[in-house]
Design a protein around this ligand. Structure first.
Ligand SMILES: [Zn+2]
Length: 148
């Protein structure tokens, strides 16, 4: 999806869910898709990963981050976040191609950190199919390649 369209789209949704003082911006992250910055009242999305994924997937990520903003700090991906996420139409899991995204992240990570073994390990994981979503999320978080 075009990243600047995604920001416009995110901003509209944020207003719709009452986050009128919040804003959406793009960032240069490659290890996660989106982030919620509570103190700055800002949600940011990875320019590269937005560009690589389609609108349906970006929508799910936007709703994911909006749910974080609505749940408030310290709630993580616990039951309260999950309840809010589902109530606003987020799948509360990753809808986009994890394998593709992980592969892309691994490529970026390898380019930035050629000496680290993490990238090749993640590449092997990404090659497995099918991979349980929850498991890959936990593993990626442990590997500091978390998406959100
Ligand atoms: Zn999250």
């Amino acid at each position: 999806m075009n990243p600047s369209d995604a920001i416009g789209f995110a901003q509209e949704l944020m207003v719709e869910f009452g986050l009128v003082e919040w804003r959406a911006e793009l960032d240069k992250a490659v290890r996660r898709f989106g982030a919620c910055h509570y103190s700055q009242k800002m949600i940011t999305f990875s320019n590269d990963l937005v560009a690589l994924n389609d609108q349906a997937c970006v929508l799910d990520i936007v709703l994911h981050e909006i749910a974080h903003a609505l749940a408030g700090p310290g709630k993580g991906h616990g039951p309260e976040w999950k309840r809010i996420a589902r109530s606003i139409g987020c799948s509360a899991h990753r809808c986009y191609s994890l394998t593709y995204t992980v592969g892309h992240l691994v490529n970026l990570f390898s380019a930035a950190h050629p000496a680290e073994g993490l990238a090749s390990e993640c590449a092997r994981r990404a090659d497995r199919s099918p991979v349980p979503t929850a498991a890959i999320v936990l593993r990626t978080e442990n590997s500091m390649l978390a998406f959100f």
